[in-house]
Design a protein around this ligand. Structure first.
Ligand SMILES: C[S@@+](CC[C@H](N)C(=O)[O-])C[C@H]1O[C@@H](n2cnc3c(N)ncnc32)[C@H](O)[C@@H]1O
Length: 262
């Protein structure tokens, strides 16, 4: 667990912020309308919280892109960010280190004990571009678990690339795939880091050498990030887990923000 409120040295902060900016550019290369996805999530949270103090849990928060936007958009906020990757958490830690509103935890959602260090109720649980990494049975378990973490009237939102049904929606699937390739080449052929380039840059920062060694152990042979289930699976599972209303609040091709209200 990494949790500290000590100020971060200016050079280290600048390095972490630069990695976060490069991460955002790299992720936007994969997700053409990532900013709109994030905006729709902030709109929903603002609506259900109406300027009251807001508590949010970000599942698989990475280096903290959505956390940064939530902080800018909702000043009266407390955020818990969890992620399995020690390097991404270390970068987030440096970016937000002295901000009392943020708690960052190294947590593996695959582990049944992932909620051990998380307490209290949340107004919103969110996740972006991450839950497609989970195997369907783990995703199902996590959906049942987060239902108990969200207050009545609160919301869960997942912004992610989902899987079109390969048989009944093969045309949809091809269109989305081609659009992804076009978006990627528009970025990555013009100087934006691709996934491997970003990791090479981040892993070369000497201050993160311990986190890099740890992440190599953690991820050995374990990074199946292909989307595995359809929108229908997500919505049905969330309904079964006790959410009263489920649906989408934003969509571009196979890129969705789905929402489930308690
Ligand atoms: C593509 S990144 C997205 C990060 C961030 N949410 C964003 O939108 O920028 C996917 C994230 O999922 C995290 N992740 C994958 N499997 C995980 C698991 N089992 N438990 C926790 N985090 C996980 C990875 O470490 C990575 O940070």
């Amino acid at each position: 667990m990494i949790e500290t409120k000590a100020p971060v040295a200016p050079e280290r902060l600048a390095e972490a912020q630069s990695l976060l900016r490069r991460w955002d550019a790299q992720q936007t290369g994969f997700i053409r309308h990532r900013d709109l996805r994030f905006d729709s999530m902030v709109t929903v949270i603002r609506n259900i919280c109406q300027n009251k103090k807001t508590r949010v849990l970000d599942l698989a928060c990475g280096p903290g892109s959505l956390i940064e936007l939530l902080l800018k958009s909702i000043p009266e906020i407390e955020i818990v960010g969890v992620d399995k990757d020690p390097l991404l958490i270390a970068i987030a830690h440096d970016v937000f280190g002295d901000d009392d509103r943020i708690t960052l935890l190294e947590v593996d959602l695959d582990a049944p004990s992932w909620m051990d260090e998380i307490s209290g109720e949340f107004d919103a649980v969110v996740s972006t571009t991450a839950l497609h990494w989970l195997e369907p049975h783990i995703l199902c378990r996590v959906y049942f678990e987060i239902a108990d973490l969200i207050r009545p009237g609160g919301v869960f939102m997942n912004g992610d690339h989902l899987k079109y049904d390969g048989l009944s929606q093969s045309i949809f699937s091809e269109i989305a795939k081609q659009d992804d390739l076009d978006a990627q080449s528009a970025s990555f052929d013009h100087g934006v880091d691709d996934w491997d380039q970003w990791w090479n840059v981040a892993e070369a920062v000497p201050a993160y050498s311990n986190a890099v060694a740890k992440r190599k152990e953690i991820w050995a042979n374990k990074n199946n990030s292909t989307p595995k289930v359809t929108l229908g699976y997500h919505l049905e599972t969330l309904r079964s887990a006790g959410f009263s209303q489920t649906g989408t609040v934003w969509q571009y091709l196979d890129d969705y923000v789905l929402a489930a209200f308690r």
